[in-house]
Design a protein around this ligand. Structure first.
Ligand code: ADP
Length: 487
């Protein structure tokens, strides 16, 4: 598929440092999770490269943060337009390295690009304050200024959107960025960086560092240790988030962490069951179940339980699994063998503990690729692994509950607090449950909640800070108080 790019120069096999494409002396392979084939090799960077990128970002800082916001916004807007213009190629690169179906990949390009115009516009609205004085000889003013050089570490499940959701607010605020994309999916980030170059991004303002899983750890350490880096944004597992937080403690960095979830999806007796079935399907099986906001636990009230399971089963059975480039495919491969094994373990554990297998349940019998059948399990219980851990695969366990209080208690019984969902047509219940769920985000009568204009993020061990929305730029700004005397 990559031979068919309209613009072959978007397939980059170099990293971007100080506005230049650099090769480095070592490289690692990027492979297609649907076929196992090697797609390209990209640089396996080390300490010297990170240091030169840090120096470049440091050198670029003053000129970039001193530009009028409108000029930074203009670069972001041109970049956004180029991403849309090259949406087909970006979607091809994304499906090739990540596996998601073409329709979803195109959707991600539009979503990913939307953070650039959103934050480009927000850059112009970074307002300060004047505070009424308590001393007639003084005046109190508040400025908001760029925090400085920023670092971002992104996961493989949204290769473009996780990049733009971090770099757009940083760039809008006036901060140069070093980004380390996931080792499984660097090609989309490099293509996006090529388009940023074409949009007129000044040298050193956007740097993309690539490394394999081992080097990613080393690069992460260097970024955390650097005093120049004032903010680190990370999306990935809670386990790695905890390591990065500890590594940032010595330099007291600001942190934005978007970590694991364990999203409950509750269907009450008064719900529109057909709508809930569609919502569950969209929330659970999108990206083959590999999103941090995917429904992980489906709680269905006794009165609609059998109907819900039956209707969802019919839709899950109709999903087509296969290579994301094939027409009509809804569920692509999982990212790697480890992901497949985790899904298998969760399914086997659930069945051993009494769950009923309704649809799917095993790997696809293919020669290559990491495919798992879209799976539905009924009669799940809190003892099962799938109740406690994020499955990150196309498996929906359904639990039966009796009362609203029980549903809330079950939903909140986790150390995570990212996304949650519930279906009800009762306005009182909508407020009660919406307020009681200990989550950063609540989808009510919908399974899809992400958009650039809203604050995305979690509570508890799901993270710190919010990305997107009016709030998303705040993490990249320092508040400075000016006290003017002798008036
Ligand atoms: P996932 O479980 O989604 O693969 P990870 O948390 O393992 O998430 O990885 C997300 C990102 O974090 C990737 O870019 C990966 O290279 C990077 N990463 C993983 N471990 C570390 C680490 N110890 N230090 C810095 N970055 C890391």
């Amino acid at each position: 598929p990559l031979e068919q790019l309209d613009d072959p120069s978007l397939l980059r096999s170099q990293a971007l440092i100080n506005g230049e494409w650099v090769g480095g002396s070592e490289s690692f392979a990027v492979t297609d999770p649907a076929t196992g084939r090697e797609l390209a090799r990209v640089p396996n960077l080390g300490r010297a490269d990170v240091e030169s990128a840090l120096a470049a970002a440091g050198n670029a800082l003053n000129a970039w943060r001193s530009k009028p916001a409108k000029e930074r916004a203009a670069v972001l807007l041109r970049w956004q337009q180029l991403l849309i213009k090259h949406a087909d190629d970006l979607a091809r690169l994304m499906t090739a390295e990540q596996g998601k179906p073409q329709a979803e990949a195109r959707g991600e390009v539009v979503y990913g690009a939307s953070f650039l115009d959103w934050f480009g516009e927000e850059a112009k609205r970074v307002y300060g304050e004047t505070i009424p004085t308590t001393d007639p000889t003084k005046r109190y003013l508040v400025l908001k200024q760029a925090v400085g050089v920023c670092a971002a570490i992104t996961p493989w499940n949204f290769p473009l959107a996780m990049m733009t959701r971090k770099v757009a607010p940083a760039l809008a605020a006036g901060c140069p960025v070093l980004i380390k994309p996931a080792e499984a999916t660097p090609l989309t980030a490099l293509a996006a960086a090529e388009l940023a170059q074409r949009a007129g991004m000044p040298a050193g303002v956007l740097n993309v560092l690539t490394g394999d899983s081992q080097r990613s750890i080393e690069i992460g350490k260097l970024l955390c240790e650097s005093d120049l880096v004032r903010h680190l944004s990370f999306t990935g597992s809670t386990e790695v988030g905890r390591i990065l937080m500890a590594q940032c403690a010595p330099t007291i960095k600001k942190l934005s962490l978007e970590l694991g979830g364990n999203a409950p999806f509750i269907v009450f007796d008064d719900a529109d069951v057909d709508s809930a079935v569609d919502g569950a399907l969209a929330s659970k099986y999108r990206n083959a179940g590999q999103t941090c906001v995917c429904a992980n636990r489906l709680y269905v009230q006794a009165g609609v339980y059998d109907t819900f399971v039956e209707k969802l089963a019919a839709k899950v059975a109709a999903l087509k699994t296969g290579n994301g480039f094939e027409a009509g495919v809804n569920v692509g491969p999982l990212i790697d063998e480890a992901a497949l094994q985790k899904v298998e373990t969760h399914v086997a554990d659930a069945i051993a503990l009494g769950a009923r297998l309704v649809v799917g349940g095993k790997r696809l019998a293919t020669d290559a690729g990491h495919f798992f059948e879209p799976t539905l399990l009924a009669d799940a219980t809190p003892q099962m692994l799938c109740s406690r851990e994020e499955t990150f695969g196309p498996v929906a366990p359904v639990f039966k509950f009796q009362t609203e209080a029980e549903a809330i208690q079950l939903a909140n019984a986790t150390e995570f607090g990212l996304a949650s969902y519930f279906y009800s047509r009762d306005v009182g219940r909508i407020f009660r449950v919406g307020e009681a769920l200990e989550y950063g985000m609540v989808g009510i009568n919908t399974g899809l909640i992400s958009t650039a204009e809203v604050p995305f993020g979690g509570v508890k061990q799901s993270g710190l800070g919010r990305e997107g929305g009016r709030q998303g730029i705040e993490d990249y700004l320092e508040v400075k108080y000016l006290c003017l005397g002798d008036i």
